[in-house]
Design a binder for this molecule. Structure first.
Ligand code: PLP
Length: 406
């Protein structure tokens, strides 16, 4: 039977202190002990049901982490104050001075900047490669490579990673495959496909209400314990912990994630199909002319759609700006970065979320000046939205492209 992440979350029942249907929120940074000897024991090793200090663990974060581990079919998870907190903590745990990372060329700009600009200060360097070219990935791996890093569906170009193939390459080289699954929660289960560690920016689809920044790391119990080690764990010592009030609100939203992912996917497929039929240069992995359509089909969990993200190339920065302005005026959604919100968001990655990449890297990755990234919302009447977008495209003078209909 196919793996079903939503049913796994549904099976988690946690009661509040008075039998509340929502688990109680931990409103404490520290925890009391009746016996000093017990406190010393908890410092030395984890004891089920015992909490010490909220930077380490607290019950609310634990409940959310357990739900996320269920979703990704993992042993354990840790929740963090941001997606970047999850990514940086994971990389610091895996890499020491002199170690190397091999990373996809087409990734979120913040992740790129972390690897390109910050980690080299600590002696950790990164080679950026085209993850579709497996020979190039294999060639980039050296005995010093500790991490192969990929986004399951990449930001912003929606390239799909072949996770089993990347896992085989990583493991043959003795490296760990880390997959950022931010664009495709529930749709893809990277750990089941061979990845070792999954990270998410929960700021996006998992939370879904664009009211907070949060992240998580999901993996084996051994790895999560390592992150939280009191003496040497990067999570414990760098301190990117999530606030328990946010953990509680994200947990509530997580229980509607499966419904939201289906609706995001349904709406995005509708818009992408319509614009593609009209000849516009649209990228959406759910279109059967997308170069990675079959690759995604072979890896995805059934029933959650093809995701809420699509791109449209307006042809030039001027046309993209004009179109985004018109779409905001026409109430299609907001001109804003981020994704996974219940309303449609759109932005130009070249001048926002991927601006950390130098122009030549953006060109190599295929991020053109006219590219618009859409996170399609949960609109009840998507046909109405499609008609509005079509009108805005015509008014902005965006022309159908010969590159369309891929
Ligand atoms: N990973 C991806 C794919 C993202 O798009 C982002 C943010 O846009 C991040 C990680 C970073 O997440 P956060 O903003 O929650 O730190």
């Amino acid at each position: 039977m196919a793996f079903d992440p939503a049913s796994r979350i549904q099976d988690q029942l946690v009661f509040g202190e008075f039998g509340d249907v929502n688990p109680s929120i931990t409103d404490s940074s520290t925890y009391t002990f009746l016996d000093p000897a017990r406190m010393a024991e908890v410092f030395e090793h984890e004891i089920e049901g015992c909490f010490l200090y909220s930077r380490h663990w607290n019950p609310t974060n634990r409940t959310l982490a357990e739900a996320l581990a269920r979703m990704e079919d993992a042993e354990s998870a840790q929740v963090m104050g941001s997606g970047m907190g999850a990514i940086s903590t994971t990389l610091v745990a895996l890499c020491s001075q002199g170690d190397e990372i091999v990373c996809g060329r087409n990734i979120y700009g913040g992740t790129y900047a972390l690897m390109k600009n910050l980690l080299p200060r600590f002696g950790v360097t990164t080679r950026f490669v085209d993850l579709r070219d497996h020979a190039a990935v294999r060639a980039a791996m050296t005995p010093r490579t500790k991490v192969l890093y990929a986004e399951s569906i990449s930001n912003p170009l929606l390239e799909v990673s072949d996770i089993p193939a990347l896992a085989a390459i990583a493991h043959a080289a003795g490296a760990t495959l880390v997959v950022d699954n931010t664009f495709s929660p529930m749709i893809l289960s990277p750990l089941r496909l061979g990845a070792d560690i999954v990270v998410h920016s929960m700021t996006k689809f998992i939370n879904g209400t664009s009211d907070c920044v949060a992240g998580c790391v999901i993996s084996s119990k051994a790895f999560i314990d390592r992150l939280n080690d009191v003496n040497s764990g990067p999570s414990m010592l760098l301190g990117p912990v999530l606030d328990s009030f946010r953990a509680a609100s994200i947990l509530k939203n997580l229980h509607s994630l499966h419904i939201r992912m289906r609706q995001h996917g349904h709406n995005a497929a509708h818009i992408a199909r319509r614009l593609s039929t009209l000849g516009y240069d649209v990228h959406y992995p759910g279109l059967d002319n997308h170069p990675h359509h079959a690759l995604l089909l072979g890896q995805m969990n059934p029933g959650y759609g093809w995701g809420g993200m699509m791109t449209l190339d307006a042809g030039s920065a001027e046309a993209a700006n004009q179109l985004m302005k018109r779409m905001q005026e026409e109430k299609v959604g907001y001109l804003a970065v981020s994704l996974g919100y219940f309303k449609t968001l759109f932005s130009s990655p070249g001048r926002s979320t991927s601006s950390e990449l130098p122009p030549e890297e953006r060109e190599k990755a295929g991020i053109s000046d006219g590219l618009i990234r859409f996170s399609i919302g949960l609109d009840a009447d998507i046909e109405h939205t499609a008609a509005r977008i079509e009108r805005c495209i015509a008014e902005a003078g965006v022309k159908p492209s010969v590159r369309a209909q891929r």
